[in-house]
Write a protein that binds this ligand. Structure first.
Ligand SMILES: C[S@@+](CC[C@H](N)C(=O)[O-])C[C@H]1O[C@@H](n2cnc3c(N)ncnc32)[C@H](O)[C@@H]1O
Length: 293
């Protein structure tokens, strides 16, 4: 456990009201949804939304029989649960580096606006791959270091770091931008085949957002997405797992101890494996695999 990297902890944060609501980000929100709507299948069995936060995008997964809404922050999940309820949704407070699931139980997963908080990308991708069935879908969004603004600032010598090198740049503690090639390699080396990559949010500029209606920005963005030119601040990737592993998407008991891998069963408000001597709490309808006060 000691070599698990640090977590960017949103516990108790006002992410929803400090960043989204009333902050002029309808354009970003809508273009992200438009990619999900295009790529997500109309129906599926079980999807894992990793780093779901307060559930901004969770209503996009309603085609799945079960949506597992995972975040490290218990308070973000409390808000999501109040909003969506329990029918078809399962809420899990856990660390994405240490996922509390059996192998191959999901036929899809997404990670949007989350991987930029991860210092060890291969480690988190490896864990996600484990939980996915063969030929499952994984939609990953990441912050692109080789974006137009960074390229311009670098050319004008207003920025020290080089947007063209493959190494991630940590511009603020636990906030990383990644080179498209770095992410593609990391995906590939951890059992994913990248099928599509689209540039998103090219028009994320205060002046444009003030002057043009959101619908126009969204329409322009969809044209820019088709260019495939990966110089935007955000990039969406559509990936499929390889053929290896076991398909356990029919399992009802999906949980496993994140430390030992022992399968867990529910006993009252606990998830337990008596033989392995492990137990985890379910509080306020949220499965908890982290230490809470
Ligand atoms: C920028 S928010 C994005 C939330 C949501 N995906 C969205 O787009 O609105 C990042 C989220 O990642 C979660 N997160 C960060 N590190 C995590 C980790 N190691 N395990 C699980 N969640 C994590 C945070 O708690 C936070 O809710």
């Amino acid at each position: 456990m000691s070599d698990i990297p640090q977590i960017c902890d949103y516990e108790g944060s006002n992410y929803r009201t400090d960043f989204w609501e009333g902050h002029g980000r309808d354009y970003e929100d809508q273009v992200e949804r438009s990619v999900l709507r295009r790529w997500l299948p109309p129906k599926g069995k079980r999807v894992l939304e990793i780093g779901a936060g307060f559930g901004r995008l969770t209503n996009e997964f309603k085609g799945f029989q079960q949506v597992v809404v995972l975040d490290y922050s218990f308070s973000q999940l409390q808000y999501a649960r109040e909003h969506y309820g329990d029918a078809g949704f399962v809420y899990v407070a856990a660390d994405a580096y240490n996922l509390p699931f059996q192998v191959g139980v999901f036929d899809a997963a997404t990670m949007i606006r989350v991987i930029h908080h991860f210092a060890n990308v291969p480690l988190v991708l490896q864990g996600i791959r484990r939980t996915l069935a063969p030929r499952a879908m994984f939609i990953l969004e990441y912050a692109n270091k080789r974006n137009l603004k960074a390229m311009l600032r670098y050319a004008l010598r207003q920025q020290d770091w080089n947007p063209y090198t493959l190494d991630p740049v940590e511009f603020v503690k636990l906030n990383f931008d990644f080179h498209p090639q770095y992410i593609e390699q990391a995906l590939n080396q951890n059992g994913f085949h990248t099928q599509k990559r689209v540039p998103v949010s090219y028009l994320r500029l205060g002046l444009l957002k003030k002057t043009l209606p959101t619908s126009v920005l969204v329409a322009l963005d969809s044209v820019l997405q088709k260019t495939g030119l990966l110089y935007s601040p955000s990039i969406f990737t559509l990936n499929q797992t390889d053929n290896s592993g076991t398909d356990q998407t029919a399992l009802d008991d999906i949980f496993a101890c994140p430390k030992t891998g022992a399968p867990l069963v529910r006993v009252g408000n606990l998830m337990v494996n008596e033989q392995a001597g492990v137990r985890y709490e379910i509080r306020d309808g949220i499965y908890i695999f982290k230490d809470l006060d």
